[in-house]
Design a protein around this ligand. Structure first.
Ligand SMILES: [Zn+2]
Length: 328
């Protein structure tokens, strides 16, 4: 683990008065994740916790800020945000707050032994060849060893207040994703990122149209027009409304490309992922590619631009049929 990890531990950096950021390493993907400390009346609110890596120096990080951490807020249940929650809670003695829906999914995915099997079966249904499904399963399990979420957190509902910040329901990247908003400042989790765009994937036992959810979230954020947005990865977003519109445009284009990959012959989500993202992806990226292809395919179905078929043991998609809604 150690030599595959980019070590970017940094002392908390003040981004503006009362908002600090520190950055923890990840073994893959964007290679780092940002956590935030928000100053409150009774101490700091820590937002997100990185992976549950043994070497995360919580004592050192906490020693660098004045005053205690009063609470820990989790934006969403992905491993790089929730994985360190148990260790962070132990180091601070603080209560963990997590969205109610998000925690349900967190427990289902990271707290159960049969999730890897269920997701592997689901990949088979979507056309992933059996030996590749095994590979995808193993690549996903790499993270499971580093997820130490906090059991039974204090549940948060959309629009709840968290120490003066409002919890905004921002589904799409994860069904139960919550951002924090106060006075023009958005703590965005993985809702608004730059330069990368958040992954929007369809997963089993989740909401049926995550891209539709995400497009609504982007509209909400464009209307809210925060002054600044601090995300879980990459750079600070200085023009959040413009970034929300740019990401929405990116998905319009990807929807067109997804539709172009369909024709009269049924194609699986796995096949469409090759058309969209090429054929030479390592397993861990293929996982995301299949999930991302499926979120776009399901969005096209909702929009009447594709049809879902299959026989119950597999799911396939076709382009709009001649004489169908599109040609009416
Ligand atoms: Zn993330």
């Amino acid at each position: 683990m150690r030599n595959r990890t980019e070590h970017t531990f940094v002392a908390p950096l003040e981004l503006e008065p009362g908002v600090l950021r520190f950055t923890l390493p990840l073994p893959s993907g964007p290679r780092h994740v940002h956590c935030y400390l928000l100053r409150g009346n009774d101490g700091w609110t820590l937002v997100d916790t990185g992976l549950g890596l043994m070497e995360t120096p919580w004592e050192e990080i906490l020693a660098a800020v004045d005053g205690p951490v009063a609470r820990i807020f989790i934006t969403h249940m992905h491993p790089d945000h929730v994985g360190g929650a148990e260790a962070a809670a132990a180091a601070t003695g603080a209560t963990v707050l997590q969205g109610r829906l998000d925690y349900l999914q967190c427990e289902r995915v990271w707290g159960s032994d049969d999730w890897p099997r269920r997701i592997a079966d689901w990949f088979l249904v979507h056309g992933v060849p059996p030996e590749t499904a095994e590979e995808l399963l193993e690549s996903g399990h790499v993270f499971a060893d580093f997820v130490r979420f906090a059991w039974n957190p204090e549940p948060v509902e959309p629009d709840d207040e968290v120490d003066g910040w409002r919890a905004l329901a921002t589904p799409g990247h994860a069904d139960g994703h919550l951002c924090l908003y106060r006075n023009g400042v958005l703590i965005a989790g993985d809702t608004l990122l730059t330069p990368i765009t958040p992954a929007i994937g369809l997963y089993p036992e989740s909401r049926p149209d995550p891209l539709g959810d995400y497009v609504e979230t982007l509209r909400l954020l464009a209307d809210l027009a925060p002054r600044v947005s601090y995300g879980g990865h990459g750079d600070t977003v200085r023009e959040p409304a413009a970034r929300a519109r740019a990401i929405a445009a990116h998905h319009v284009e990807r929807l067109d490309r997804t539709q172009a990959a369909l024709g009269p012959e049924p194609r699986s989500g796995y096949e469409v992922s090759h058309a969209l993202f090429g054929s030479s992806l390592p397993a861990i990226q293929r996982r995301f590619a299949v999930a991302e292809a499926l979120s776009h395919l399901e969005r096209l179905v909702v929009l009447g631009r594709a049809e879902r078929g299959g026989d119950g043991r597999n799911v396939t998609y076709t382009g709009p049929q001649p004489g169908g809604r599109d040609t009416a």
